[in-house]
Write a protein that binds this ligand. Sequence first.
Ligand SMILES: [Zn+2]
Ligand SMILES: [Zn+2]
Length: 332
Amino acid sequence: MRAMVLNRPHGGLVATEQEPPRPGPRQILLRVHACGVCRTDLHVVDGELAGGKLPIVPGHEIVGRVVAAGAAVTRFKAGDRVGVPWLGSTCGTCDYCTSGRENLCSDARFTGFHLDGGYAEYVLADERYCFALPAAYSDAEAAPLLCAGLIGYRSLVMAGDARRLGIYGFGAAAHIVAQVARFQGRELYAFTRPGDDDARRFARGLGAVWAGDSDRPPPHPLDAAIIFAPVGALVPAALRAVAKGGTVVCAGIHMSDIPSFPYEILWGERSLKSVANLTRRDGEEFLQLAPQVPVKTSIEKFALAQANEALARLREGRITGAAVLVMQGADA
Ligand SMILES: [Zn+2]
Ligand SMILES: [Zn+2]
């Protein structure tokens, strides 16, 4: 099988021929049909996250069909369409796992980071962490739901019942969250890179009542803000944009350092929190909600061999919506 492999950070992905892996007892082998390109993949490729496996096949927004199953597999059978997310496995016994917070498990293994992911023609996954996917979405359309969608949804839940919601960074996650937020009757304020007219237009097209530069204040104080851009300087900016009692949610796995800021912008019972990973419950909830909204994903398609190009475009902020690698055989 062909796989795009990261041998060392900054080295780019290398097209490699490998033997398809064989499933263990609770694993399924999937023929990959589509795999989303997430900002986290960029952090992996750029060596910004510690503790991953090398060499590694990135990719954790995987849509595939089951071609083989281990002896103890019960949830899926050959031919089923399955989604594989970032959370690849957990210990199942620690305080986090046993209290509904498996996303925080210290022994969690993540797809495309500890476990080979979906930038390949085949991938293994533990069936207990996979999802059935809503039929309304093609393979390519469904892929971004699996991280941009799930993590975006968890971030939105963390923002509480905020009516005026700000979003910093209008990429794959934001474009999905915007649709859910509007469905829930929230007012959406989009902050984009200064001068990024395309992103502002895209945000307005998704129902933002206001779209402006991230270094400018919104027209009204917000009830909450979610930061998807990996830019620490946005944290004080977002704290300044929220009203007393407001919440700022940092949704990315990595961020540049946060500059120091005066206590007065946190004072007034504002709160600042991060979102880490996902639980399987987040996935079940979001994948049920998405077709009701209905969330529509805007995607740019790339071939597997173009993975480096897709990552470069994402790094430069030149993707509208979500980038997706689409393999042969996908019902895209
Ligand atoms: Zn655990
Ligand atoms: Zn992701």
